[in-house]
Design a protein around this ligand. Structure first.
Ligand SMILES: *[C@@H]1O[C@H](CO)[C@@H](O)[C@H](O)[C@H]1NC(C)=O
Ligand SMILES: *[C@@H]1O[C@H](CO)[C@@H](O)[C@H](O)[C@H]1NC(C)=O
Ligand SMILES: *[C@@H]1O[C@H](CO)[C@@H](O)[C@H](O)[C@H]1NC(C)=O
Ligand SMILES: *[C@@H]1O[C@H](CO)[C@@H](O)[C@H](O)[C@H]1NC(C)=O
Length: 401
């Protein structure tokens, strides 16, 4: 009798102890990760597989099997294991092609991405936030990497949108005539460009108007600040980390993080060792530090993933390819991230940004005077003034004589 009573009293404590034990165990964390990522498949902001397809196979898809290819860090089986639900494939064009064949090279990269997404039943090409939400496959999206791709032509920008591109990184490692890069590259061109020029502002307005997401990775801090001061829509960093933890110009300093929060945009965190550890060795924990840091400064609503797989060579120990995303999520859970915060960074934050960009685009009235065909767009305005003057001069005598 006495004994049973003691047991009854002890039971709740034992139960608590048991729950505590299991909730700390690796199995529990990994099961929880699987469940979270199944219900909220990850959206990644930057993958350079298309660059590797050009470099290694001259875009000849018939020569390879994307399900199992192992010369790259990305293949379809690994994407599935990694619970990737949507991927921005980068249509990257090297800076050396600026003012030469950048437009053609971008078209060829868009072509290979579209063929890849149409040929494999695991993939579906989408162009809207609703498209990402509707599909049960891995959603394919296109990001243009490098403003030099539009060759200073708003008409080219609009046609790239029509082909399905949904973000553009304003610069790569070279200045364009209208936006300053964070620099470093061997292509020292347009040295006189500082921040965003007047035409650069027109590019931003046009991107807002047509619903193309503005990507600030690779741009100079001044360019980022000037874009954030005028963009009507949220903007992203598609593959950058926290400057406070690794002080290189490819990362985002605190004042810009705060502006990103005010803008309702997001930073999709880059996994590249050189960006997260500044030359030191890196593991999952090093990368989790960047997620924790940005969360501390601006909260979890403005964070996402921008793996940069197949764009760079160094990745943290344990995160060597696209199948490894769940291990990072496990680490964040171990650090006390709540389920709703994980769901936000996996998927919801990006969907918020994208649908807001779409809404801003719908709201902006397509005024004729807003549509500038080339950099020297003022000619359209003067044409209209001239026509009005002609009519007045022609009609004026009739009214009085
Ligand atoms: C990579 O794939 C090739 C051909 O499909 C295969 O022969 C090779 O063993 C694979 N290598 C690894 C490391 O899995
Ligand atoms: C998404 O699904 C809804 C409901 O089936 C459909 O009305 C809509 O057209 C779809 N949109 C896209 C972009 O797939
Ligand atoms: C950034 O802009 C400020 C203000 O216009 C200017 O003083 C500064 O030199 C610029 N920095 C760079 C690196 O261009
Ligand atoms: C990562 O590396 C640090 C030392 O650089 C070490 O203390 C830590 O245990 C490692 N973490 C993981 C998750 O491997």
């Amino acid at each position: 009798m006495e004994r049973t009573k003691k047991m009854t009293l002890l039971a709740p404590f034992l139960l608590c102890f048991f729950i505590q034990m299991t909730s700390c165990s690796t199995d529990y964390i990994s099961q929880k990760t699987q469940n979270l990522m199944k219900s909220h498949p990850l959206i990644d902001g930057h993958n350079d597989l298309a660059l590797q397809l050009r470099r290694l196979y001259r875009n000849k898809l018939s020569k390879i099997n994307l399900r199992t290819i192992n010369t790259t860090r990305t293949n379809l089986h690994k994407l599935k294991t990694g619970h990737v639900g949507a991927q921005f494939w980068s249509a990257y064009v090297l800076c050396g092609a600026q003012d030469k064949d950048a437009v053609r090279l971008a078209l060829e990269q868009i072509d290979v991405i579209k063929r890849m997404c149409n040929e494999y039943e695991e993939l579906e090409f989408v162009t809207s936030s609703q498209g990402i939400q509707n599909t049960t496959k891995i959603a394919c999206l296109i990001g243009l990497e490098g403003g030099h791709i539009i060759d200073s032509s708003l008409a080219a920008l609009r046609m790239f949108y029509d082909l399905g591109a949904r973000y553009m990184t304003l610069t790569h490692t070279c200045n364009t005539p209208w936006a300053q890069t964070s620099g470093g590259g061997p292509h020292k061109v347009y040295q006189e460009t500082k921040g965003l020029t007047e035409f650069g502002k027109e590019v931003v307005k046009e991107m807002n108007r047509i619903g193309m997401i503005i990507d600030l990775s690779h741009t100079s801090f001044n360019t980022s600040r000037e874009v954030l001061a005028i963009s009507q829509a949220p903007v992203i960093f598609s593959h950058s980390a926290a400057y406070a933890l690794c002080g290189i110009e490819r990362n985002v300093p605190n004042d810009i993080l705060i502006k990103i929060k005010e803008n309702n945009g997001m930073v999709m965190v880059n996994f590249h060792t050189a960006f997260i550890a500044c030359g030191k060795t890196a593991n999952i924990s090093t990368l989790a530090d960047h997620f924790n840091y940005i969360k501390k400064i601006i909260g979890p609503e403005y964070i996402g993933f921008g793996g940069d797989y197949d764009g760079v060579t160094g990745f943290p120990e344990g995160l060597e390819d696209v199948s490894k995303y769940p291990l990072l999520v496990e680490e964040l859970l171990r650090r006390g991230w709540q389920d709703f915060e994980i769901k936000a960074i996996l998927r919801e934050n990006f969907l918020r940004v994208f649908s807001k960009v779409e809404q801003v685009s719908d709201k902006v009235v397509p005024l004729l005077l807003n549509i500038k065909y080339v950099q020297e767009g003022k000619s359209v305005f003067f044409c209209i003034i001239f026509c009005v003057l002609c009519i007045v001069i022609k009609e004026f005598p009739k009214m009085y004589f």
